[in-house]
Design a binder for this molecule. Structure first.
Ligand code: 2AM
Ligand code: CA
Length: 262
């Protein structure tokens, strides 16, 4: 259906991923955004330029929202949402857990999601209503029904030093209720791995649209459920997120509500 869009997005994600992978062990110049824990490397910008140039050349009328450069307006009503390097902190430390994320939104929905993990050479592609694949094999969420037997993943906001709403209490509570809670440092990988059934669920309090647009579609197309942390529909403009296999979703929502006093 979206065959040209799919091809261009896949090629851009693979090219950006290869660029990132090849430079992983090099020393990177680090610049800081709002705080000493919110950083960016020169590779974020290089990968983003590569992706945005390809999308703009192929689809000049589409808007593009990219993490580092913000929005390029368009007049088609379609919007590409790009995270050129998700897991920047990992990347800057040489930790091989990061990914490229490219989504296409045709309001009100994201219709195409492409995630590439260059370290594992895993390409995830989902199209609304048509399922999701990893390296051409169908993706399916896990079948775990008990939180006791669930492997969860989460992350923490960049303002955790100063903002008391920083997910540490939720982390403590869910660590005692789930089999284990991981913190791997890439929202895009967290979501892809929920879609792949490796994690049973993922939550996080404050994210960007680029962190979640593609991965949330992968989870839904793999049979899972995605909401905000209160159970409201995912809001791409101000994402909070709970993505699960569906079976444990209401249980985790209830624990988050109780912990957060909701
Ligand atoms: P990044 O590596 O592209 O910056 C870590 O918890 C994960 O969440 C990473 O995917 C990180 O993306 C993202 N993240 C954390 N805090 C964020 C914030 N305040 N806004 C946007 N993304 C955030
Ligand atoms: Ca990100």
């Amino acid at each position: 259906m979206l065959s040209v869009e799919r091809r261009v997005a896949i090629e851009a994600a693979r090219a950006a991923g290869a660029l990132l992978r090849d430079a992983l062990s090099a020393t990177h110049r680090i610049a800081y955004k709002a705080s000493p824990v919110d950083l960016v490397t020169e590779m974020d910008a290089r990968a983003e330029t590569l992706i945005v140039e390809r999308l703009s050349a192929a689809f000049p009328d589409d808007a593009v929202l990219a993490e580092e450069r913000g929005t390029r307006p368009g007049r088609s009503g379609r919007r590409w949402i790009v995270d050129p390097l998700d897991g920047t902190t990992n990347y800057a430390h040489g930790l091989p857990v990061f990914a490229v994320s490219i989504a296409l939104e045709v309001r009100p929905a994201v219709v195409l999601g492409v995630v590439y993990d260059p370290v594992r050479d895993e390409l995830y592609v989902g199209e609304r209503g048509r399922g999701a694949l990893c390296n051409d094999a169908p993706l399916a969420v896990s079948t775990t029904t008990n939180l006791d037997a669930s492997l969860l993943t989460t992350g923490f906001p960049y303002d955790l030093r100063t903002n008391p709403d920083n997910n540490l209490r939720e982390y403590a509570v869910l660590s005692r209720r789930a089999r284990a809670v991981r913190r791997i440092g890439s929202a895009v990988i967290d979501l892809a791995w929920v879609a792949a059934g490796r994690f049973d669920g993922y939550w996080e309090l404050r994210l960007g649209a680029w962190d979640v647009a593609a991965g949330a579609l992968l989870v839904e197309e793999a049979g899972g459920r995605v909401t905000g942390i209160t159970g409201a529909p995912l809001d791409l403009e101000r994402p909070t997120l709970l993505a699960t296999n569906g079976r444990i979703h209401d249980t985790v929502l209830a624990i988050l509500a109780e912990t957060r006093g909701g």
